[in-house]
Design a protein around this ligand. Sequence first.
Ligand SMILES: Cc1cc2nc3c(=O)[nH]c(=O)nc-3n(C[C@H](O)[C@H](O)[C@H](O)COP(=O)(O)OP(=O)(O)OC[C@H]3O[C@@H](n4cnc5c(N)ncnc54)[C@H](O)[C@@H]3O)c2cc1C
Length: 412
Amino acid sequence: MDYDLVVIGGGPAGILGAATAARKGLKVVLLEKNDKLGKKLAITGGGRCNFTNKSDGETFGRNIITNGKFLYSALNAFTSRHIIELLNTLGVKARLESGGRVFPASGQSADVLKALQKHLKDSGVEVRYNSGVRQLLSSDGQVTGALLSDNTRVKSLSILVATGGASYKQTGSSGDGYQFARQLGHAIIGPRPALVPLVVREGWVLELQGLALDNVMLRVAKGGRVKAEQSGELLFTHFGLSGPAVLNLSSFLTRNFSFPLDLSIDLKPGWSGQQLNKFLQEHLLQNPARSLKNTLSDMLPQRLATAILALAGIDGSRQGAQVTRGEREGLVSALKNLAVTVSGTRSLNEAIVTGGGVSTKEINPSTLESKIIRGLYFAGEVIDVDALTGGYNLQIAFSTGYLSGTSAGNIQ
Ligand SMILES: Cc1cc2nc3c(=O)[nH]c(=O)nc-3n(C[C@H](O)[C@H](O)[C@H](O)COP(=O)(O)OP(=O)(O)OC[C@H]3O[C@@H](n4cnc5c(N)ncnc54)[C@H](O)[C@@H]3O)c2cc1C
């Protein structure tokens, strides 16, 4: 055999897996199809890399959308504290931000990537660039190696597939791992887009493109009961809606709902309808000669105020004193329950993560080894796991990478 372990994919999962295995004394090669490692990692968090989340275990669990229980061993073997400490020893200081999100203090994802590359080098991993794997080789239920795109073979009795999901293909994650796993008898769930912007039918939404709102509540109801809700930031775009609250909601929608569906936006989630009505009434009384449009602009960005008035069918140039009770109630209803029709999502390629992947039913959660083929391991987004925004997805990649690295490979 050429190597004790072959790792396919130089993203966060593959890097951690390869370095961890090499530190046990294994001869490890990491095969990356690009001419550099971590192309996706470099664009995470808007280039700032929200690399983990420091929230407690329970909160962490709530933020994992798919197969949280499966991840239990991995997340315990290598926690947010471990990645913060590892990066710290490699010279990257961490900065804690709201909601437990952790970023490099420098605000540069490049620093995280450089540190991880140093970790690989210090661990003695051989890295081969421009080395795309085409197919896995196996014999009698045991992996035996990998066939590369240039038709060369690399022999090993242990292979870690860390090829990522199938979104942002330009970064190298083009779903190859699903093919490898399927060819060896594994079931693939989906894939479907997760953390993906939503496409909306209403023209007024598109006209608000570029407008961001800090704190809204999004709700999807079925048969009069709320089935999914998310609060946070919303961004209007030229096709519909994006921003953290929308991305998080989308992960539930693409998993459990079919499109089109009705979405309700609560623009003032901190206030009940009654409180809002009272506030409006008092505000209008105090400003009797002021136009309704201007009064409303105290509460909302002007462009949104204009759109809300048009939707409620009220002439915004009317003075506060002229507004009827019915009109005021109509306004409150528009502010608390702004209805839009979601026709679908943007494409899988535009998803921040891929939902679905190699079925967790066929992977041992304690070792991340295939239950079907001996010596085959999986780590990172290629597995059917996904989480909300906040650093959880990268932590999943690091943790599964680490666990697979501790269990994969036998010294020949
Ligand atoms: C725009 C954007 C922003 C994000 N921001 C955050 C964030 O701030 N926080 C967070 O937690 N998560 C974030 N994510 C998600 C996070 O980046 C991924 O979940 C994570 O990178 C998955 O790691 P991975 O190692 O499993 O796969 P990847 O990072 O996708 O790495 C897979 C690697 O495998 C290589 N590869 C694929 N096929 C082959 C092959 N056949 N042969 C050889 N090599 C191959 C690829 O080139 C790639 O280098 C973001 C994602 C995107 C797209």
